[in-house]
Design a binder for this molecule. Structure first.
Ligand code: NAD
Ligand code: UDP
Ligand code: UDP
Length: 372
């Protein structure tokens, strides 16, 4: 592993990142792209609590001001409305690059998934005489562009100012995996032309760019491959399975299980992820690192946990599954355990009630929206 730059060590008080997380020290200037989103806003909270100066760059495509507005007025906090597809000039020490529409609804066509999709479909038909197809084409290119051009811009910024750069990649780089559980050395099984490709291939290209800037331009990069994450502040109607089930159970609607419900995912609580991201950024290893909770659940098992947590009488309704849906997913986190000293602490049964509390407030219109 290459040594961190002198500039970086100086800012860190020449400790090379060995200061325990959370300890007060000379604040860093940190950019969080996508910081108004679900994961980003929790990360911002931790960085602010540590005494860093935080600049959030977000175009509010899926993020919300409410997620970070509790920092408004704090001189250490700044919010910039900006699309990372456009270049930006900033002077910073670290870049957490999260900006990307992360929910499937935002990157693939699935008419059964959300009311939002249907509304836009009918609105498009009514107003422009065109259908969802054009809406989806627009979104697909936007996701890919954000992953590729947005990441390129943030790497260009990191190169210019000598900042450390962390990419939030995804377990989707493994596609529909032929290895189980997934180890970082596995190259994946991804359909390059499917409905999920703009996201999967976009993130794969982003990883390629990060490694090229690392090798070719000496940029200090860190790569996290994040597995399914849930928690307070998730978009309520974004179509992801945990947010769908929780919102459905609260609204007394049936839980929509796609396919036979035997496909598996591993669900990580957001505070565990944020801890992992910060350890990765502060540590000396490039990665990639799997960050996820190895607890594996079928969608039917997840529905059962949601029933137990919210409403034992909630019905289950089966729906046709979506194209290219990965059959199973579970992280091997040996590498993160060994090199980052990290492992998740919050089980699904412990984390779900924390998310339900936040969803209950938002679904039923409580004014404390966004708090956790
Ligand atoms: P999110 O949609 O809540 O947050 C993404 C944020 O990026 C939003 O605030 C959105 O407005 C912003 N954004 C999108 N496009 C942008 C652009 N072009 N310019 C500026 N801002 C833009 O999603 P999240 O769940 O918080 O995901 C954060 C990151 O973690 C994403 O990169 C995602 O791919 C990755 N990830 C998340 C999960 C998960 O389960 N949550 C899993 C794997 C990877
Ligand atoms: N870039 C940016 N902010 C900066 C430096 C660069 O947004 O502070 C963008 C720049 O506009 C370019 C991308 O990052 O599109 C890659 O920059 P780099 O210098 O690596 O490549 P080049 O501009 O030489 O193609
Ligand atoms: N899923 C489901 N019901 C829903 C939403 C999703 O059964 O209401 C399934 C989906 O088919 C997939 C799994 O849940 O097998 C996880 O989907 P999600 O979109 O949350 O994440 P990803 O597919 O990106 O892992």
């Amino acid at each position: 592993q290459r040594k961190p730059s002198l500039e970086y060590l100086n800012r860190m008080g020449a400790t090379g990142g060995k200061i325990p997380l959370g300890l007060k020290r000379k604040g860093l200037r940190v950019v969080v792209t996508g910081g108004a989103g679900f994961v980003g806003s929790h990360l911002v909270d931790r960085l602010m609590a540590r005494g860093d100066t935080v600049i959030v760059v977000d175009n509010f495509f899926t993020g919300r001001k409410e997620n970070v507005m509790h920092h408004f007025g704090n001189p250490n906090f700044e919010l910039i409305r900006h699309d990372v597809v456009e270049p930006i000039l900033l002077e910073v020490d670290q870049i957490y690059h999260l900006a990307c529409p992360a929910s499937p609804v935002h990157y693939k066509f699935n008419p059964v998934k959300t009311i939002i999709s249907f509304s836009i479909f009918f609105l498009c038909n009514y107003v422009f005489g065109v259908g969802m197809f054009w809406f989806v084409v627009f979104l697909d290119s936007r996701v890919y562009k954000t992953n590729v051009v947005g990441t390129l811009n943030m790497l260009g910024l990191a190169k210019r100012v000598g900042a450390r750069f962390l990419l939030t990649s995804t377990s989707e780089v493994y596609g529909d995996p032929l290895q189980h559980p997934q180890v970082e050395t596995y190259w994946g099984n991804v359909n390059p032309i499917g409905v999920r490709s703009c996201y999967d291939e976009g993130k794969r290209t982003a990883e390629t760019l990060a490694m090229d800037y690392h090798r070719g331009a000496n940029v200090e990069v860190r790569i996290a491959r994040i597995f399914n994450t849930y928690g307070p502040r998730m978009c309520i109607d974004d179509g992801r399975v945990v947010s769908n089930f929780v919102a459905q159970a609260l609204r007394k609607e049936p839980l929509t299980v796609y396919g036979d419900g035997k496909q598996t995912r591993s669900f990580q609580f957001v505070s565990d992820l944020v801890e992992g991201l910060m350890r990765l950024m502060e540590g000396e290893h490039v990665g990639p690192f799997n960050l996820g909770n190895p607890g594996e659940f079928t969608m039917l098992e997840l529905a059962k946990v949601v029933q137990e947590t919210i409403d034992p009488n909630a019905n289950i309704e089966f729906r046709p599954n979506t194209e290219d849906d990965p059959h199973k997913r579970k992280p091997d986190i040996t590498k993160a355990k060994e090199l980052l000293g990290w492992e998740p602490k919050v089980s699904l049964r412990q984390g779900l009630p924390l998310m339900v509390k936040d969803f209950r407030q938002r679904v039923f219109g409580d004014q404390k929206e966004g708090s956790s």
